[in-house]
Write a protein that binds this ligand. Sequence first.
Ligand code: NOJ
Length: 740
Amino acid sequence: MKRLYFILAFTVFGINAFGQKTNDQKASELLSKMTLEEKIGQLVQYSGFEYATGPQNSNSANVLNEIKQGKVGSMLNVAGAQETRKFQELALKSRLKIPLLFGQDVIHGYRTTFPINLGQAASWDLKLIEKSERIAATEASAYGIHWTFAPMVDIARDPRWGRVMEGSGEDTYLGTQIGLARIKGFQGKGLGNLDAIMACAKHFAAYGAAVGGRDYNSVDMSLRQLYETYLPPFKAAAEAGVATFMNSFNDINGIPATANQYILRDLLKGKWNYNGFVVSDWGSIGEMVPHGYAKDNKEAAEKAIIAGSDMDMESRAYMAELPNLVKEGKVDPKLIDDAARRILIKKFEMGLFDDPYRFSDEKRQKEQLNNLENRKFGREFGSKSIVLLKNEKNILPLSRSAKTIALIGPFGKETSANHGFWSVAFKDDNLRIVTQFDGIKNQLDKSATLLYAKGANIDDQDRSMFAEAVETAKKADVVIMTLGEGHDMSGEAKSRSNIRFSGVQEDLLKEIAKTGKPIVLMINAGRPLVFDWAADNIPTIVYTWWLGTEAGNSIADVLFGTVNPGGKLPMTFPRTEGQIPVYYNHYNTGRPAKNNTDRNYVSAYIDLDNDPKFPFGYGLSYTQFKYSDMDLSSINLTGNQTLNISVNVTNTGNYDGEEVVQLYIRDLVGKVVRPVKELKGFQKVFIKKGETKTVTFILTPESLKFYDDELNYDWEGGEFDIMIGTDSQNVQTKRINWKK
Ligand code: NOJ
């Protein structure tokens, strides 16, 4: 088969069969044979018909015909060895036999699902994150997928925004490191390998800053803020060779990102010299009409291609409008050539001209169907993403021989919900999920009893199950309450104004608390929730996000202490919605409050403390860690010297455990104001009980750089606070002077 396509490629394109030409040359040769329509065809992407991840308008008969005519470059939402093969066969009926690219949202795992991305970020474990994407790529590529629309590297400071579940939280440094780990995981040893899929840095740009946390909303911010907070993960992704970028839906300062020449043409393809291609978001070219930026699809297509959006996902604007726009002289044909070339180069890099079916392999697909090794990893990853928020009475870890445990709440026996929002590779595949009930039951001693009561639905006002839940709690020695928000209450188009437990779950919790039984509260959510009553009244709280295929086992591993939790919050948890946006690296203001009671003519609310409920970087362990002997190599530095920072961390408790040691700095005076803290490094270390480890960091002037109001990126000499600690609030500080 492979040989056949080799020969085919040879005869059709006349290219060197021994691969001596660069992919760029091959693309040029191919382009020289293409009609304008065929070139534009490469810029078109449609969704398959079985399911949609956006407002679908596909007419399937037309799409299939267009593929045969060479008018389609890529499909999304077509997956599976057989299905992708069928579509590819159609593409190979076209005049030039240019294969299709198959894209899909492989966001937190594929056949094996992993914790939602925000949960993964809570592991602060770059190796685990990279490995999870390696596995996702291996599974997805075996299902014929060439390209994932991930990682989402949008920084987000507003938990009302449903898509915080898909990102790495509020911090630019952490988000950048995680984005890079994901790209490495997806693209593996390089495109062209059978288990490597193209990654996509999305959504370019500033999607995470949508006003009010309402999805698809506008973004209005200074360029300085854009450069400092939102662009670095994208810049790093471009430098790391991410294969593609995706536009964001929002406008940035009045110009929709999809037609934003400044960020696409000048910055990404200009200054950053990016040579991959840019796909629009679903319908985002056509959406420039309701945005009020184009009077019709024709003008939208013109603006998008000129700005640098190479591929049209589901707007159906490019194929319909670009041929005329070129003929009328409104769009330079060189722009079409450039966009088509970028896409063709990726197809060459993926080896699709050698064998268009190389990813559609049923044998490989079978091996990845329910891969036990991958599940084993998922179990570990799930447990490492859990964050222990409170354990005041040391109820956790639970004893396996506890006589009677009651699991109460609407999530205890949920199946597919545990996959989380982005689980596109599943239909009715509930059997593969380990429920919370089963996970706990499997680890309890035979002599112990596990009771269950649902107590409430996820999101309605029905209190009729309360009485049974209270009776169940009364029979138990310890109650595990499993509460939160539905798995489909975060994700795309799932913004919430009220980010508390949905429905009557909080009332259920209060009823159960009245029984006086010890309660372990487990919170399932795709965002930081507000749960002030629970946080003040329930002494034991674990945050479990949505953990994927192995959710029940991961949870039980933590509850019974097989795994000592070490996750840390990647986003600040607000006290109430009225405190949003609240994030750790804010500015000091001219009137900073000294403490929570200081409210007189200071920057504070008269009715709310300033500090959050749980700070960024926060998370407990079953053991305790003591920080001591923070040491700096010097407190007076000059120019390009390096600063060595070390601290001793001692495990003073009764369990071995992992700690994420965090390094923050503050630049005390700048030509633009600097945040009160900025994360500049972190290390996750395993420390045995009784053991001390010395953790060291190296800081260079590179870490002191920032964008000034003219967008110069540099550092200034002066005083800096160097802070090391277990979270963003709990730090030890030393001051240094660093002369330029
Ligand atoms: C819209 C989402 O914003 C984007 O992230 C996703 O990749 C596409 N739909 C395709 O499903």
